[in-house]
Design a protein around this ligand. Structure first.
Ligand code: NAP
Ligand code: GLV
Length: 312
């Protein structure tokens, strides 16, 4: 059974081959642009950002595996073959890593880590008191899916007062659930540090902008580990400079890699990380993909199945 891979560049192929040899030796792993592959042989595709129309050129394609948790790079293809299911490789290890990143980012905002770093670069020994300890600090997570749900639970375990916002109501122990557009404003009003873990969809694009910041308490913190398209960078800077936001940790940007000279690199209240919040090891993603393929062969429900009509 032939699987085409386009994730991590051609240099990553030997590692994918090794991972799939252990996860399901029936799979023959070939590079996306391998000229010797005949289109009718292709049964599976593991991809991050396939060029539009390519997936539709494989008449026997059974299953598309999104190599990460977000599938915006796949759903961008206007010619996606209809009826071919898409599974996201949002594995437990990816959720654990995202939870770790979010806890680090929220603790960094809580403690003033960016200010420490600026002071260190200047050789300045300055004592300052953080505004809160975790039990006084209300964290709000936008998106309570595979990653957001785990991050919220880990924040709650650290003692933060945690709530989350999603389309449907959730029951996560220690996490207050707000659901739907009608509950966004009360969710924001009770949020001292806002974490974005939403998928990139028409409904979420540009959500992190001035009108939303105006609904947060004065001096709130912001973490974006969702997608760059969800933030209006100029509004973040304006809110930071006006004190409406007190600090931001940004892992994702409209243009990646973040270009040299971009104002985010040097802003004293922004911590930049290079889209590294969470990615599970290839071996774990290959095991997850192999299980999804076996479920697909048996006609069983697929894990983390994306709904293109919903956009995530
Ligand atoms: P997921 O399981 O699909 O969860 C998405 C969550 O967002 C769900 O709770 C969903 O609500 C909610 N949501 C979607 N649209 C909404 C809307 N319009 N209003 C309110 N809630 C909405 O996705 P995931 O696996 O947690 O991943 C989330 C995103 O994280 C990915 O799409 C990707 O962009 C990003 N990500 C970033 C990194 C990184 O390294 N920075 C790594 C992995 C993923 P329901 O539960 O009600 O459907
Ligand atoms: C990374 O951004 C992912 O979506 O897995």
């Amino acid at each position: 059974m032939l699987m085409l891979v386009k994730s991590g560049g051609e240099a990553a192929l030997p590692e994918w081959r090794q991972a799939f040899a252990e996860a399901d030796p029936r799979l023959e792993i070939r590079w996306w642009d391998d000229p010797s592959v005949r289109p009718e042989e292709v049964r599976f595709a593991l991809v991050w950002d396939p060029e539009p129309g390519r997936l539709a050129s494989y008449p026997n394609l059974g299953l598309i595996l999104g190599s990460g948790a977000g599938v915006d790079g796949i759903l961008r293809d206007p010619f996606l073959p209809k009826g071919v299911p898409i599974v996201r490789l949002a594995t437990p290890g990816a959720a654990q890593r995202m939870g770790e990143y979010v806890c680090w980012a929220v603790l960094s905002l809580l403690k003033g880590a960016r200010r420490w770093a600026v002071n260190q670069a200047a050789g300045r020994w300055e004592y300052f008191e953080p505004r809160f300890a975790a039990p006084e600090c209300r964290v709000g997570v936008l998106g309570l899916g595979v990653l957001g749900g785990r991050a919220a639970a880990m924040l709650a375990a650290l003692g933060f007062r945690v709530a989350g916002w999603s389309r449907s109501r959730k029951a996560i122990p220690g996490v207050e659930s707000f659901a739907g557009d009608g509950e966004l404003d009360p969710f924001l009003a009770r949020t001292d540090i806002l974490v974005c873990l939403l998928p990139d969809t028409p409904a979420t694009r540009g959500i992190l902008s001035a009108p939303l910041f105006a609904k947060l308490p004065e001096g709130a913190g912001l973490v974006n580990a969702g997608r760059g398209a969800q933030q209006v960078f100029a509004d973040i800077v304006a809110a930071l400079d006006a004190g409406r936001l007190s600090g931001a940790v940004l892992d994702v940007f409209e243009e990646e890699p973040l270009p040299p000279g971009h104002p985010a690199w040097s802003h004293p209240k922004i911590l930049v990380t290079p889209h590294c919040a969470s990615l599970a090891p290839k071996a774990e993603r290959a095991r997850f993909a192999a299980e999804a393929i076996r479920a697909w062969e048996r006609g069983e429900p697929l894990p983390n199945r994306c709904d293109p009509a919903r956009g995530y």
